[in-house]
Structures are given as structure tokens and as C-alpha cells.
Design a protein around this ligand. Structure first.
Ligand code: PEP
Ligand code: MG
Length: 592
């Protein structure tokens, strides 16, 4: 039966493929694809684990004391029967053969399928056998883990030989997992929770693949292997579409690929407005390897290297100075002399260091992580870790133009501590004979307090970068990762626009460079407005650069600036911008 699920559109485009449900609430296991030559070995591994559990339960049954209640033996019989049922290991083996899932993943996928069948049973007794099935799966997973020992499991390699594209469906994807999936085969993401600027959404955009988040129930309604269409523009998911709908979406998919190819031709065109203003289009990256995509997209620098992704998936161990240095240097070298803005680690909130999802973090650890020990607060609470990161960043400056960016600054005392740490680090590097050059220092404007006191901050720093994702979150008191309030997360809110506009104006009048690196910078809907505010430096996911550049090439920044006061004074800035910018555009067309 075909049906639709509605969520929040966070990454554009159309993706069509088979649903892959991962990390179900019941069992969280490693997910990776088995190379074609190892399929039989993986099935054997599964069967060995199953046999180990059969042996364990059979022994248990044999050794039952005489006076044990006979229900116990009956229950063990049920378990043994389930273990031998073709639907159990047979079904799981099929996932291995057809989808190349590893044994653990295959087992949890099959559990999903069987659990649903149990849920639909009329008979109470049979329905309750689902719990037995879950216990058995956990036992077999335990046996698999024992066999696996401590050997590391490869995660989602690229060499999947399956034919159908795969779309990932999950209740939530922790940023640490997203980064693993970044190099994987998935062509689209669907999650139950999350908002437009949650980190799941940001990583999906950086991968340039369609995604819909905040669907609330997708992971419950969609079944393993269902055919699914993700409409990343509308924020809808169509499950088991009819052939006509499928054909329509395939057509749209082809159209958007053509559009992308057309925009790609702007790669080498400099970003200059109609009135001759040169605009910097920088890239946001998460890993050094992303620098390649940045250069390919025509970026003229990296405006935001989110270094926290180097700190994730490490089982509590942080990257050493050498490892960080190698990563920063790799990005700097890849950018071939163009500036690389490295942001110090921004963990906490919805970017925990380990695999915790935002929900787990909220419920089990910190009540309000977005307002807790995150970003610079965390760095200043861990001074030796902070200095280690600063040393690695400074050492990378010997290989190109490096800029240092500090997230979530709210107090001048923080700036003083940062400057103090920088001085110490410079001394340490000089003493140790390490080369470094001048590194500009910038702070992110993400907390309203920082925007309001910007003139004071500007006395101490070389540049500022406006993080609109957090600035909106903190100005409007809307958790950016919470789908329940996603409708109130509003970049068009007059208070948000005032803060951005004022910050740009104040930085410019102080002669300091200012950029926007939040998601607004990469959304072509805001390009003209930001130009009107005087912004000349944008930083965004490489995939967004061509679309934003196209807007810039068609804009007259002076005419846009004339329209700005009427937009900022309006009670409905979005409607005012539509009208005023269209008028300004009309004028520009008449002049040129
Ligand atoms: C922002 O807050 O706008 C930003 C760019 O930082 P992040 O999204 O990594 O919090
Ligand atoms: Mg931020």
C-alpha cells in the first residue's frame, strides 16, 4: 500500500531507493556491507552463532532440575523451535545474500520484519512471543560478538555490489554515525527527529543528498526494503509509490541532475555582482578530505572547518596533537594557498563525542545540552586539550593561510582567556622549534549577547563569522534539533534579521571582515538579502556554491541595499523581501 510521511525538508533533491532501517530502538548493532566474496562466510558466521545458542539452550534444558516447573522446559522448546525456524536464520541469510548486510545487521533487519508479523497477530499468546524472539536475537548477537572478539568492524565501505540505491531510515542518527555514513552508499536520509539545522541535516546537505527529518514516525511506518521516494524539496517521503508517481519522480530526478550540471559550469566564474562587488564564496567542511570537493565547487577558501568531527567515534580517546596537525595540514595543503578557517572543537549540545543520540543525551545526561558545556566553554574547561588543538592549528599555518575561529563566545573574559592560551602556545612552539605564521583570530557570533556587544568584541579580534544556525536558536529560544518546535525556527524573524544586519554593519564600520557561515549563507533564498545587508563573504556547503553564485551574478548589491530598511522595518520581513527585492531586481534588469 502506498502512503506518505511528512517531515521537514532539509536537503534538496529527489532520491529513490530501498529503505534500510538501522539502529532500531530494540537492538543497536554495527552496520556494514560484506564484500561479495565473503557472503558465504558471513552466512556461516551467522549459523555458527545460531548453533552456539542452540547448544547453550539445549544444555540448559537437559540440566533442568527434576522439580523445575514444566513451563520452563516448554519455553526453552519454543526458543529452540524459533531458532530452527526458516523465517529466523533463513530470513536473515537472505538479507546477507541480497543486500550484503553483515550478520548482525541482517539479524536486526529480520527481527524488524518478524516483530511486525507478531504485532499483527490476533492471538494474545502468540503476540507475546515477540519478546522471546527479541531475547533470542540478543543471544545470537551476543554469540556473534564473542566470535568477533575485539576485531574492529569495517563500517559501510563503498564496495556494495547491490543494484538498488539505498536510503537510510532511522529514529535518529548521531553526528558520529553521520560522519561514518558520509562515505557510504546511502543516497538519502529519513529520520524521525531533528530540525532544519540539526547536525544530521547539515551533514546530509554537505553530502548533497536529499534528506527529510522530523518525520516523527518514519522508522516505525516504513519497513525494511520498502521502495521509498524522498522529496527533499517538499519534505515528504512516499512509501511504496505507484508506477505513475515513480515515473514522475524519476523525471524530476533527471531534471534536477541536469540543473546541477548546468550550474556546475559556473565553477570558474568569479562571484561578482552586477555592480562589480567581488564576493567571497567559501566552503564549510567537516573532514580534510572535503577540501577536494570545496576546490571542485569553485570555493575560494574554507570559511568553516568544523574540527569537532575529528574528535568523534574515538571511544573516548581524543586525537593527538600530531593527528590533528596532520588533518589541518592536509586541508591547508589541499586548498593550495587559499584561506582555511579552522574552528576549534564545538562539541556538546547535539554533537556529543560518542554515539549518543540527542535524545539519549537529553534524557540521560544533561537536561539542556544546547545551553550547557559546549564549544569554547568545553575547550576552556579542558585547557590542555585546548592548547593541544591550538598548537596543531598554528603548526598547520606554516603550510598556508590559516585562520582560527572560536565558537559560542559570549563573554569578553572568554576572549581574554583565548588570547592568553594563544600567547602560551606561540611561546611553546617557538621553544620547540616549530614553524608557524600569523594566524588571524575570529569569533563566531552565535549567541545574541555576542551580537549585541559586538563593538567590544571587535576590539580584540581580526574577524567575525555569524553562525546563523545557533543565533536563530538562541535568539528565539528554539532548540534547532527539536522537530516539535521546528515551525517556530524562523530565519525571517525580525529580531534575527536585525541582529545579523547590525553585526555585518558594525564589523564593516570597524574595518574587520565578517562572514556568515550558518545555513542561511548557503540558501539562495537569502543571498540578495545578505548582499543588501553588506555581506561580502559567504561560507556554505560546497554543493550550494553554484546556486548562490548564480544569484550573486544576477544581483545589484546597491539596489538591494536601498530595499533593506523597508524589509527590516516590516512586520512581515519575508513578504517585504519578496516584494522589495523583486522591485530592486526589476530596476537592475532595466539598467543592465
Ligand atoms: C552555526 O551555528 O550557524 C554554525 C555554523 O555552527 P554549527 O552549525 O556547527 O553549530
Ligand atoms: Mg553553531
Amino acid at each position: 500500500m502506498s502512503f506518505q510521511v511528512f517531515g521537514i525538508a532539509v536537503s534538496r533533491g529527489v532520491a529513490i531507493g530501498r529503505a534500510v532501517l538501522v539502529a532500531s530502538s530494540r537492538v543497536d548493532v554495527a552496520h556494514y556491507f560484506v564484500p561479495p566474496g565473503e557472503i558465504q562466510a558471513e552466512i556461516d558466521r551467522l549459523l555458527r552463532a545460531r548453533d552456539a545458542v542452540v547448544h547453550e539452550l539445549a544444555t540448559l534444558k537437559e540440566e533442568l532440575p527434576e522439580d523445575a516447573p514444566h513451563e520452563l522446559a516448554a519455553l526453552l522448546d519454543v526458543h529452540l523451535m524459533l531458532l530452527h525456524d526458516e523465517a529466523f536464520t533463513g530470513g536473515a541469510s537472505q538479507w546477507i545474500v541480497e543486500r550484503h548486510y553483515n550478520a548482525e545487521w541482517a539479524l536486526s533487519a529480520q527481527l524488524e520484519v518478524l516483530a511486525r508479523q507478531f504485532d499483527e497477530m490476533e492471538d494474545d499468546y502468540l503476540r507475546e512471543r515477540k519478546a522471546d524472539l527479541e531475547q533470542l536475537v540478543e543471544r545470537v548477537l551476543g554469540a556473534l560478538a564473542q566470535e568477533q572478539g575485539d576485531a574492529p568492524t569495517p563500517v559501510t565501505p563503498r564496495d556494495f555490489a547491490g543494484e538498488d540505491p539505498l536510503l537510510l531510515v532511522a529514529a535518529d542518527i548521531a553526528p558520529a554515525d553521520m560522519i561514518q555514513f558520509k562515505r557510504s552508499v546511502f543516497r538519502g536520509f529519513i529520520t524521525d527527529i531533528g530540525g532544519k539545522t540539526s547536525h544530521t541535516a547539515i551533514v546530509a546537505r554537505s553530502m548533497d543528498i536529499p534528506a527529510v527529518v522530523g518525520t516523527r514516525e518514519a522508522s516505525r511506518l516504513i519497513m525494511q526494503d520498502d521502495w521509498v521516494i524522498i522529496d527533499g524539496d517538499a519534505g515528504t517521503v512516499i512509501v511504496n509509490p505507484s508506477p505513475i508517481v515513480l515515473e514522475e519522480y524519476r523525471f524530476r530526478q533527471r531534471q534536477s541532475e541536469l540543473e546541477r550540471a548546468r550550474l556546475g559550469r559556473l565553477r570558474h566564474t568569479p562571484a561578482v555582482t552586477l555592480d562589480g562587488e567581488h564576493i567571497e564564496l567559501h566552503a564549510n567542511i567537516e573532514m580534510p578530505a572535503d577540501a577536494e570537493a570545496a576546490v571542485e565547487s569553485g570555493a575560494t577558501g574554507v570559511g568553516l572547518f568544523r574540527s569537532e568531527f575529528l574528535f568523534m567515534n574515538r571511544d573516548g580517546e581524543l586525537p593527538s596533537e600530531e593527528e590533528q596537525f596532520a588533518a589541518y595540514k592536509a586541508a591547508v595543503v589541499a586548498m593550495k594557498g587559499m584561506p582555511v578557517t579552522i574552528r576549534t572543537v564545538d562539541v556538546g549540545a547535539d554533537k556529543p563525542l560518542d554515539r549518543l543520540s540527542i535524545n539519549e543525551l537529553r534524557h540521560e545526561h544533561v537536561l539542556n545540552p544546547a545551553m550547557g558545556l559546549r564549544a569554547i566553554r568545553w575547550s576552556l574547561a579542558e585547557p590542555s586539550m585546548f592548547r593541544q588543538q591550538l598548537r596543531a592549528i598554528y603548526r598547520a599555518s606554516a603550510f598556508g593561510k590559516v585562520r582560527l575561529l572560536i565558537p559560542m563566545v559570549a563573554h569578553l573574559s572568554e576572549v581574554r582567556q583565548i588570547l592568553d592560551a594563544v600567547r602560551k602556545v606561540q611561546q611553546q612552539l617557538t621553544d620547540a622549534g616549530h614553524a608557524y605564521t600569523r594566524v588571524e583570530l575570529g569569533v563566531m557570533i552565535e549567541i545574541p549577547a555576542a551580537a549585541v556587544m559586538l563593538p567590544l568584541l571587535l576590539r580584540h579580534v581580526d574577524f567575525v563569522s555569524i553562525g546563523t544556525n545557533d543565533l536563530i536558536q538562541y535568539t528565539l529560544a528554539i532548540d534547532r534539533a527539536d522537530e516539535a518546535v521546528a515551525h517556530l525556527y524562523d530565519p525571517w524573524h525580525p529580531a534575527v534579521l536585525q541582529l545579523i544586519s547590525q553585526s555585518i554593519a558594525q564589523a564593516r564600520s570597524a574595518g574587520k571582515s565578517v562572514s556568515v557561515c550558518g545555513e542561511m549563507a548557503g540558501d539562495p533564498v537569502f543571498t540578495e538579502l545578505l548582499l543588501a545587508m553588506g555581506l561580502r563573504s559567504f561560507s556554505m556547503h560546497p554543493s550550494q556554491i553554484p546556486a548562490v553564485k548564480q544569484r550573486i551574478l544576477r544581483a545589484d548589491s546597491q539596489r538591494m541595499a536601498v530595499a533593506l530598511p523597508r524589509i527590516l522595518e516590516s512586520e512581515d520581513p519575508q513578504a517585504a523581501a519578496d516584494k522589495e527585492l523583486a522591485l530592486a531586481r526589476g530596476g537592475a534588469a532595466a539598467v543592465h
